[in-house]
Each structure stands twice: as C-alpha cells, then as structure tokens.
Design a protein. Structure first.
Lengths: 423, 494
C-alpha cells in the first residue's frame, strides 16, 4: 500500500533525497554520502527557505560538529540507529545550553539547564538536532500566528498558515529542512499542522513518550510526537523516544513494540471504524472526498469498514477548553519574573513585578487561556466547570473504549478545512 | 459567675512536620540543613520550565508510619493536588499537596491531662506536601531567596476541634512531637521550624454544640508560644463577646516579643487556592502488604512503652514518663537494664530503680551541659549497669560511685579497671575500720563527751571524720555500726 503514503515530492540537487530517512541511511551505510554532507544540505535548504520562518534557532556549527562525530562512529561501526537523521525540534522542548522560548517573549532569553528525555534518547541514537522551530506561544493556537517571533508560512502556498501550534516543525519537514521533526500535541498541535502541510504527523497515546523537558501547556493532554515525510520515518522517531521514563511518573511502564516491523502494509482483516459524528454534512468535500478514497483503498486491500458512534463528540471542544486552560493557568504560574524569564524593569513592589512581567511577557491568546483556566478553577465555579469537565472527559473516553472493542482503528478528518489564509 | 466561666474555647491544630528523608519529596536533592543558600537545588525544585515531579517513596513510608501510630485509616489510593498561589519562595506558583483524597484519615492521639486522666484528640487527616523556600528581607528592602528548603517533604497533621484549653493544645503538640521523634520521621525541633503549628480558635457557651466564629493563629515557634498565643486569642475573643462585639474570621500572627497576636493584612490572606488534582503525578497506591510491613517495623508507641515501664520495671509513673519522653533515652535505659545480672525480685527492682535515678539525673544533666543528644553520648553500653552492680554488691560506696561516674565519662574505661587503678574500692574490712574509728574517737575526746551528754548530732561528725580518713572509701553501713558499738562501749566503760 505504498500509494497510501505521502509521495516524496521535494528532491533537491544533492545525490540523496532529503525526505526519506531509510534512503538516506542506506546511502550512508553504503558510503555514498556522509552525515556531515546530509547536515550541510539541510543547512543550505534552511538558508534557501529562510522566508518561511520555520526556525527560531539554527545550530549550524554544532549540528555539523555532531554530524562529524556520527561519521566517525559510522566508520567505527558504533553508530546508533538514527545515524543520518537530521531532526528539527519544536522550541517547547528543552535542550541543555540552548534557548527554549516557547514562542514567547516571556522566555526570550531563557537558556535551559537540562536536556529533555526525548533529546537524550535522540542523542543516544545519533540523530543530529539542527535547530528549534517556531510555534504558537506556549503551544496555544492552531496557525503559528500566535508566536511572539513572527508567523511561519506554509511551503505549499506561502499566503497560507502551516497550522499549529507545531507549525515550524511541520514546515521544516514539508520543505525538506530536516528529515523529521519533533512537535507537541495537546489538542491537535501535531496532527493539524501535519494535515495542513501535507506531511505525516503522529500524536502518540498519552504516556507513551516522556514529557520530561517538554514545557507544559496542559499536562494531562500534552504529548511529544513527530513529523516525517513517511509513516516509516515517524515510526523510526517513535521507536527511539517511546518508553517509560523514571523522570515522568505519567509515562506508561509498558514495553515498546517494534513499530517498524509492524508496518507491513498488510491491512487484511483490519477493522476500521468511521465515527459518524466526524462526517457531518458541514464537512467540506475537499476534506471528506480524499478521506473516503483512502477508506476505499483500505477496503480493496481487505480491511473491513464499520460505521461507529462516539456519542459525546459534541462536548469534546468545550471539555478540552475547560480542562486544558485550567491546567495551563497553573502550569504558567511559574513565569512570574522572580527567578528566570522576563522581569519588568522599574517595578515598585512584588505585585507590580508579577503583573507587569506577565502583562509584558505573555501574548493575548495565552492571557485569555490563563484567565479562562483561573476562572474554571475558582471557588464557586469549580464544580460547574472543572469537575463537570472531568466527568465529561471520562464519558468521552468511554466512547472510545467502546469503539475500540469493535474496531482496531478510527479514520477521522484532522481539520475541517485545508490551510487557511494568514491573518 | 465570671463571664468567661460560662464559655469554653474550641481549638483545632494544624501541625506541619518536616520529614527526615534523605532527599526532597519530588526530586533527588538532599534535605540537609544548614548548607549554603541555593546549593541544595536542581531544575525540578527550582521549577524550571518542563520539569516534572517524581514522588520519593520514603515520604509515603514515613506518612504511613505516622498514620499507623495515630490510629488512622490508610487510604489504598490517594492523590496529590496543586495549591495555587503566587509567592517568590514558591517557584512553580503552586505547592504540591493533598486535598480531596489524603493518605491518612480519621485517627486520634491520646494526651495525658494533669489530673491523671487521658483524653483522645481526633485527627481529621494527615497528608503529604512539599515545603516552600525561604524569603530573606534584608535591610536594603531587597528580598533574597533561599530555595534549599523548597520541595522538602512535609506532612500536615490536622486535628479535630477537640482541644478545649491552651494547656491541652500544649500537651497535644507535645504528644505529636513525641510520636514523630519516636518514629524517627522528624526531629521535632520547633525553634528550627521542623515542627510548625497553626491553631484555629473559637469560643462558645458551655453546653452548646455549634461552633463560634474561628480565627487562625500562626507563627508560634515554640511550645510555650503555642500555649500563650492560644490563651491570648481565647481571651481576646471572650472580651469581644463580653463587649457585645462579633468575632471576625481572620488570620492572626503571633508576636512573641509583644506577647500578642495581630491580624495579617487582608490582602495576604484573601486566597482562593484553586486546588485541583496534579496531572503530573499518578495516584499513590498503598497495598495491604506495604501497610503490614510498615506496621511490623513500627517502634513501640511512647505511651505503650511508658505503661510497660511501670508494669515491667515497677517504676513510678513520674519516672516512666521522663524515661519515655525521648526514644533514645528509653532505649539507653533499657540497654543498661539488659546488662544487669538477673537477681531476685526485690534486689532487681532496687537495681532498676538505681539505673532509672541515674539516667534521670546524671545522664540527663550531662546531656544538657554538653548540649548533645543521647545518640551522641559516648559512654559504652553496660557501663552504668556494671557501676550499679558494684554499688549494690558493696564494692563501692554510693559516694564513690559519683567519683567513678565522672572518671568513666572522662576515660571511657571500664568501672572495674578504674576502681583497680584508683583504689576506689570500698573498705569493708571491719578490723581496719574499727582501727580508724578508734583513732577518730581518741583524737576527738571533746566531741565524745558531748555525744555522751546527749548531743546526738555529733554522731554525724564522727562519720564524716572516718570517711575523711578513708577518702570516702569506708563502707558507710559498717562505719555506722562500728561507731555505734564503740560509743556504747565507751558509755559502759564510764
Ligand atoms: Zn531539587
């Protein structure tokens, strides 16, 4: 079922193709190219496509140095499984000695003192991190227009948004500025930009990947995932970053299956669910048409298709907003100007330090969500909003539990529209 | 009847105890006290972006100990919550605590009232939480932060409003300290803040079942202050009621120097903590085998131990109470008892009482003078017991035993070796003592005359002279009987 995958479209003037990790790795092992050459090719590509504003920080020298180390390990035969992979990282994931702005003025000059678990694992597997990508501030948004550092353009049509909040990472892969990219997904922040940029995006199941070092937006929803040009590339990244982490109590202590081995292309007997609530008449034909073509394709290859119902679907967005903003209001309390990050100058007392620093440091969307979250947790409103939200969340989960007794997977649209115009 | 006599105070106490785990509650930093400011820190307790807490299992172990020692129900599943408020010493902008589902509920402790009866004080809950840092306001109106203590493990013990007097509050707190120190989970030092107490105080007419408006009193950093502050607040409320005013619900800070409590600024207390379950932590699951394991390793409860000292060692309540005040002292006492030779009932009791006396006076005095804890007392186990044996079997006199004790502390040598070296053994040779008695009587003819003319007091003088001549080593019983005999012989010979 090779035609189910996004076709490789962007091949540049190098001897290798920059959006297929397996192809790169094969050439690397055969000695036809080097990790340094691959890295330099991506760096040139980033320079060429600077106008897209996918990256907030590019680690040109450091990435080249890392690539040379990987080349030495390749020569020794000690290189890790991701040798040759050049990866972009959303600027919400911590890397020791590097900025982690989260797209916010609040953390404009903040340097992380430690590495996220996913970064440690990618390092150990010999992937090369090339830079950090633009995003909606604190991962709140779905267009990457909410970044304090400017918008990112969709490479397919530069007048359109790339989606968000992980827009920079989606663009980095779509425009061949990196083999793969890490993003974070709370309420669609990987899946939606992947859809809008035409790449593969994966939000792993909550608990599959350690959140240690991912700057929190809504802790019970946040999950690190990846972008790639192919499902296999995304699987390579997941294989490396998945698994229990003692530094994250919410990471699942379950064994990690061999994802690549599971990608046989054989779908015979696969039970595919189509949730009717997701395919209303309001859905544009531009979206539903191609999805149904793929459903047909699966059917032709032996999958069984079944309509199912997720009756609480209409409450998901309200529930998500109540619970995610509640958590965000608490998670973002640490940005108070006291220890790191932005501190407003010339304040007269403690209260003014808090209010001024936060007024200056946060953008409007972040402020709106902090206010909403503070409200739903307040005395007198907690029961009506937060606790009710938690109850509805359980009902929504039960919908899925029931559905997965009947089917193995669901097919849904990621976004009700394709990429919209900037502004 | 006085106005106040118709009223009674209703008091509930919230006690925070700093746990003696090696590392903090949610990160690997040490809990060591007294290090340079901001050196016991890491990205987690500094609340850096992206960090996550991981619960220290020993914190759970310690709170289970406390729960079992105070008859609580241990919840098989409890959860952590976030208590949200802004303060510079709180790096995350929230404190990790427990709110809706705490680990321990519904226990009690027994306090000993001065009239000899016992009273149960109910416990609403005991929960785990993390400590805040310390703000230091210097003279330049700058505020400095020390994050060392931040993230340190605490338990909060919340009592029912069962306390009915400032004295009972004192006794309750005293009992809590005794239990936590016995369990080895907290050093119980109020002055250093490892044990902190807040009080909820209200008053009501005796016989009423509803509660009056309560106030919260904070910042009482000693046992005396807790008693005094509650006394103050109780009287303040009574005066208000007597004047026909209404008590306002507020938080007061105790000022020990002024011997008064003052309201906090309302801005500081107007908190809506917006508690909600902490999504970064998973529920704490405690199974039956874990509880059983903790239970089987629990030290004897101080009250149980005191009762046993009374029945097993025939000690008076007063002695048993002092000996059991601190676990280390009680351990020291029992270790010495175990080194005594087994004798018949009366003699054994006598020896045990002597050991008890010695511990209550000389040992405690020594600790106080050296300002050390019993654990740091260097006297090898069994030395006190063998000294008592030597005293009881007459090898040394009780007077000499004091000299021997000092020598033992000085040289750390075995008492028998010291007696040998210093010639401290009691002289029990009747002939030798009689010789000295005769010499004394010969030398002091005038006093003998006095004695014979009825001045009994002079007898003591003769004993003193004999002791002086023998450097205190003469067996006092023999000295007494020989003196009596010789003096009566003198009478007869006259
Ligand atoms: Zn720490």
């Amino acid at each position: 079922m090779q035609d189910f995958f996004i076709p490789s479209s962007l091949i540049i003037q190098e001897k290798c193709c920059l959006n297929d990790f397996e192809a790169l790795h094969t050439q690397l092992i055969a000695g036809e190219t080097s990790c340094e050459k691959i890295t330099q090719a991506y760096l040139r590509r980033i320079e060429q496509k600077k106008n897209l504003h996918a990256f907030l920080h590019v680690f040109a020298d450091e990435a080249a140095e890392r690539a040379r180390t990987v080349d030495r390990k390749l020569a020794d035969g000690t290189a890790g499984p991701l040798a040759g992979m050049v990866i972009a990282v959303k600027d919400v994931i911590c890397m020791k000695g590097h900025p982690v702005t989260c797209g916010s003025r609040m953390l404009e000059n903040f340097i992380s003192p430690y590495d996220a678990t996913v970064i440690q694992r990618l390092d150990a597997a010999d992937a090369v991190v090339i830079g950090k990508t633009n995003m909606d501030e604190f991962a709140m948004g779905s267009s990457t227009e909410n970044s304090a550092f400017g918008v990112t353009l969709n490479p397919m049509d530069e007048s359109r948004v790339p989606g968000g909040s992980s827009g920079g990472s989606a663009v980095a892969v779509a425009a061949s500025m990196a083999t793969t990219a890490l993003g974070s997904d709370t309420g669609g922040s990987i899946r939606q930009p992947a859809a809008l940029c035409g790449v593969v995006g994966l939000k792993p199941t909550y608990g599959r990947v350690s959140r240690y070092g991912l700057v929190a937006f809504a802790s019970s929803f946040d999950q690190i995932g990846s972008f790639g040009s192919t499902v296999r590339d995304v699987a390579y990244v997941l294989q490396t970053i998945a698994g229990h982490d003692p530094c994250d109590s919410t990471s699942a202590d379950l064994s990690v299956p061999d994802y690549l081995k599971a990608l046989t292309g054989d779908v015979k007997g696969l039970r595919v669910g189509i949730p009717t609530e997701y395919f209303t008449s309001a859905l544009e034909a531009e979206i539903s048409g191609p999805i149904m073509q793929k459903v047909d394709l699966l059917k032709r290859h032996g999958a069984s298709i079944k309509e199912i119902s997720l009756p609480h679907s209409e409450y998901t967005i309200a529930t998500y907003y109540i619970l995610s903003t509640a958590e965000a209001s608490s998670n973002l309390a640490r940005y108070d100007g006291a220890r790191y990050g932005r501190r407003a100058p010339g304040v007269k007392d403690l209260l003014e330090m808090y209010t001024q620093s936060r007024s200056e440091g946060f953008g409007n969307e972040v402020k709106r969500r902090i206010m909403l979250g503070t409200y739903v947790l307040s005395a007198g409103y907690y029961e009506a909003y937060y606790r009710k939200g938690q109850k509805v969340r359980r009902l929504i989960k039960q919908d899925f539990d029931r559905a997965f007794q009947e089917v193995d997977c669901l097919i849904t649209p990621t976004s009700p529209t394709s990429a919209f115009k900037i502004g | 009847m006085k106005f106040s006599e118709a009223y009674e105070p209703v008091i509930g106490l919230e006690v925070h105890a700093q746990l003696l785990t090696e590392s903090k509650a949610f990160c690997g930093c040490t809990t060591k006290f007294g290090n340079e400011p901001n050196t016991n820190v890491c990205p987690i307790c500094l609340g850096m972006p992206g960090v996550l807490p991981v619960l220290n299992k020993n914190v759970v172990e310690f709170v289970i100990r406390m729960g079992l020692a105070t008859n609580c129900r241990i919840a098989p599943r409890s959860i952590f919550a976030r208590k949200n408020y802004f303060y510079p010493d709180l790096p995350k902008g929230y404190q990790i605590s427990q709110y809706e589902e705490p680990i321990c509920t519904g226990g009690y402790v027994e306090i000993d009232l001065e009239d000899g009866t016992r009273k149960k004080i109910g416990l609403t809950r005991i929960h785990m939480e993390e400590d805040a840092g310390k703000s230091i306001h210097d003279q330049d109106a700058q505020t400095l932060m020390d994050i060392n203590r931040c993230g340190g493990p605490l338990i909060e013990i919340v009592s029912e409003p069962d306390v009915r007097s400032p004295r009972e509050a004192y006794l309750y707190l005293y009992k809590i300290r005794q239990i936590v120190t016995y369990l080895g989970i907290c050093d119980g030092n109020m002055e250093e803040g490892s044990l902190r107490c807040d009080a909820n105080v209200s008053v009501r007419k005796k016989g009423e079942t509803s509660f009056g408006t309560k106030t919260e009193v904070k910042n009482m950093n000693s046992f005396r202050n807790v008693e005094r502050a509650i006394e103050f607040e109780m009287n303040r409320q009574l005066r208000m009621l007597e004047d026909g005013e209404a008590v306002v619900q507020e938080t007061l800070l105790w000022d020990a120097d002024k011997n008064a409590a003052y309201p906090m600024r309302s801005k500081e207390e107007a908190h809506d903590y917006r508690y909600f379950p902490d999504p970064d932590l998973v529920p704490v699951l405690v199974d039956e085998p874990w509880i059983e394991r903790v239970k089987s390793n629990l030290p004897e409860h101080p009250t149980t131990r005191r009762d046993r000292f009374i029945s097993e060692y025939s000690l008076p309540w007063y002695d048993a109470n002092i000996l059991c005040e601190e676990r280390g002292i009680a351990d020291f006492f029992e270790a010495e008892i175990s080194h005594l030779h087994k004798d018949d009932g009366a003699k054994q009791k006598e020896k045990i009482k002597l050991v008890a006396n010695w511990v209550m006076t000389s040992v405690l005095r020594e600790l106080g003078q050296r300002k050390i804890r019993i654990e740091d007392f260097s006297l090898p186990t069994g030395r006190l017991a063998s000294m008592i044996e030597l005293q009881v079997d007459g090898t040394i006199s009780s007077r000499i035993s004091k000299e021997l004790w000092d020598e033992m502390l000085e040289s750390n040598e075995d008492p028998k070796v010291i007696i040998e070296k210093k010639g401290l053994a009691q002289v029990s040779d009747e002939g030798a003592i009689e010789k000295i008695v005769n010499e004394v009587l010969e030398k002091n003819k005038l006093q003998v005359e006095k004695f014979l003319s009825g001045s009994e007091r002079v007898f003591g003088f003769f004993v003193g002279e004999v002791m002086k001549a023998t450097k205190g080593k003469a067996n006092p019983t023999l000295v007494n009987s020989i003196l009596k005999r010789r003096l009566s012989e003198t009478v007869l010979s006259k």
